[in-house]
Design a protein. Structure first.
Length: 312
């Protein structure tokens, strides 16, 4: 074949009339320009059925503000976040007030103590919060307590880091009535609520970083649906292990990052990513059967194991 004036060998496309060829080229150039300028591009499409994409907002990397600065979330959403429309993520215009028709949890997506104070200090909001998702949060509490109770001796010292209003400690105490309860949270209202529900317990307001407890102080250390909110989770895990007594357990629960879409979360761990993150502490990872959240159990070496040159 002899190339045409553009140096391209004739084919089905170039055999079209000159007008049609020019039209196709103009349309291709226009489409390319639109795609180049379009601000949001969906990746990780395999996670969402094509027909469901209309139900999502898509945030481009750099638009979503990661913490700490210059880093990205861990796991399948390292480039883009798919945020389910009208699920928590709500922007208020001047003159508008907070509404909860589309969910209560979005109130706390800024991870601010004042926002959690508003949630934990309002009985109506708290009732809606627990009722959302067919009561999935209550189901999660009961499910965690069912798994932790066999690991807990009757008079165990149990601390919940990020305790909220004490839901998990109350559920665990229903199964182990003689446990001694402790907790910390950065929300003043949460601490007050937990103290009111468990008057004999010890609860303190404290930002979760360096924990306000001595080493080896507790037999069971709980940290559930908390790590994914924190900018330095590895540092917090070190603290959880530090305050756990020899022979005790650290129990961590996080949402499954493959399906989690809450804007207030900074980390999105799959089961494999969670195992890799916690590998220095040799966790046992399991998926909770009802809520499908991920649970990691870290066994603290006994004194005899430590003395024999075991894991430190």
């Amino acid at each position: 074949m002899i190339p045409n004036a553009d140096g391209v060998e004739p084919n089905e496309f170039t055999n079209l009339s000159g007008g049609a060829t020019a039209w196709f080229r103009r349309m291709a150039a226009a489409l390319k320009d639109v795609l180049r300028r379009f601000p949001y591009r969906v990746v990780h499409r395999s996670r969402v059925a094509p027909g469901d994409l209309l139900d999502f907002d898509v945030l481009e990397k750099g638009v979503y503000d990661y913490v700490p600065k210059g880093t990205h979330v861990h796991g399948p959403k390292s480039d883009f976040l798919l945020i389910r429309k009208n699920r928590y993520r709500v922007s208020l215009l001047p003159g508008q007030s907070m509404q909860t028709e589309w969910g209560v949890g979005w109130i706390t997506e800024d991870n601010a103590a004042a926002s959690y104070d508003r949630l934990w200090g309002d009985d109506d909001l708290l009732a809606k919060f627990h009722a959302e998702g067919d009561g999935v949060r209550k189901k999660l509490i009961e499910e965690i307590a069912d798994h932790v109770a066999p690991l807990t001796c009757e008079s165990a010292r149990v601390v919940d880091v990020g305790c909220g209003v004490g839901d998990l400690l109350v559920a665990l105490r229903n199964r182990r009535p003689l446990i001694r309860t402790f907790g910390c949270d950065f929300s003043e209202r949460a601490v007050a609520g937990a103290q009111a529900r468990l008057p004999e317990g010890q609860f303190v307001r404290h930002v979760i970083a360096d924990l306000p407890y001595g080493s080896q102080a507790f037999d069971v250390v709980l940290c559930t649906d908390t790590l994914e909110h924190l900018d330095q989770p590895a540092r917090v895990v070190e603290e959880l292990v530090r305050v756990c007594a020899p022979g005790g357990v650290v129990v961590i629960v996080v949402p499954d990052g493959a399906v989690d879409d809450f804007s207030g979360h900074l980390w999105f761990w799959s089961d494999h990513a969670l195992e890799a993150f916690l590998r220095p502490w040799r966790p046992e990872i399991k998926r909770l059967p009802v809520t499908k959240e991920l649970m990691a159990v870290i066994q603290s070496p006994s004194r005899s194991t430590r003395g024999a040159g075991g894991v430190h």
